[in-house]
Design a protein around this ligand. Structure first.
Ligand SMILES: Nc1ncnc2c1ncn2[C@@H]1O[C@H](COP(=O)(O)OP(=O)(O)O)[C@@H](O)[C@H]1O
Ligand SMILES: [Mg+2]
Length: 173
């Protein structure tokens, strides 16, 4: 497993910094994140995917969290499939999530189609990682701050977590 997957926070209290974004998301999760679209922006490595997955996990089981890694995968026909898929409730927690990475790269036709879908979100959320101002999607905007402001703090925390993991593993043996 890649290191960034191994140490990816699973809960909001493991997110270091990003206080404003965490506060907004905490409130949203308390009220139910379903039926919404989030537009998460920030530079690479600032925690967009991590937060998208945490929001997703609040309403959907892993099996129903669909991630589209590049804009290319999100053709009109892929969006048609999403539209059909979103009509049915999932098992388990009941919700479904669609995470669109690098959504600023979507073609204009796909953006138009996506806008149509956003009008009709039932009990699941569409989550996007977009760069600001590229598409006027009707989403709740979450902006992550540049990481270098607290890079040292982040590295410190990750070291502690890695050490804790290591001693847990050796204690098992
Ligand atoms: N604020 C943060 N607190 C803790 N870990 C973070 C934070 N921001 C990023 N990370 C970690 O850095 C790595 C990359 O984050 P990721 O969510 O994939 O960034 P992005 O999608 O914005 O490129 C992951 O392992 C993630 O857990
Ligand atoms: Mg990402």
């Amino acid at each position: 497993m890649q290191l960034y997957e191994k140490y990816r926070p699973k809960t909001l209290d493991q997110i270091i910094g990003q206080g404003k974004a965490v506060k907004t998301i905490t409130r949203l999760i308390q009220n139910g994140a379903g039926g919404r679209c989030f537009w998460i922006s920030g530079i690479s490595g600032s925690g967009k995917t991590t937060l998208a997955r945490i929001i997703a996990g609040s309403i959907a089981d892993d099996l129903y969290v669909n991630e589209y890694d590049s804009a290319d995968q999100l053709s009109i026909s892929a969006l048609d499939k999403i539209e059909v898929d979103m009509q049915y409730r999932a098992f388990g927690k009941g919700g479904k999530c669609f995470i669109i990475n690098e959504a600023h790269g979507l073609r204009k036709a796909s953006i138009r189609r996506l806008l149509g879908l956003l009008e009709r979100i039932p009990d699941y959320s569409v989550l996007s990682s977009l760069q600001p101002n590229r598409a006027n999607l009707s989403c709740l905007k979450i902006t992550l701050m540049r990481i270098h402001c607290f890079q040292d703090v982040l590295i410190f925390h990750l070291r502690i977590r890695a050490l804790q993991n290591h001693s847990l593993n050796t204690a098992d043996k």
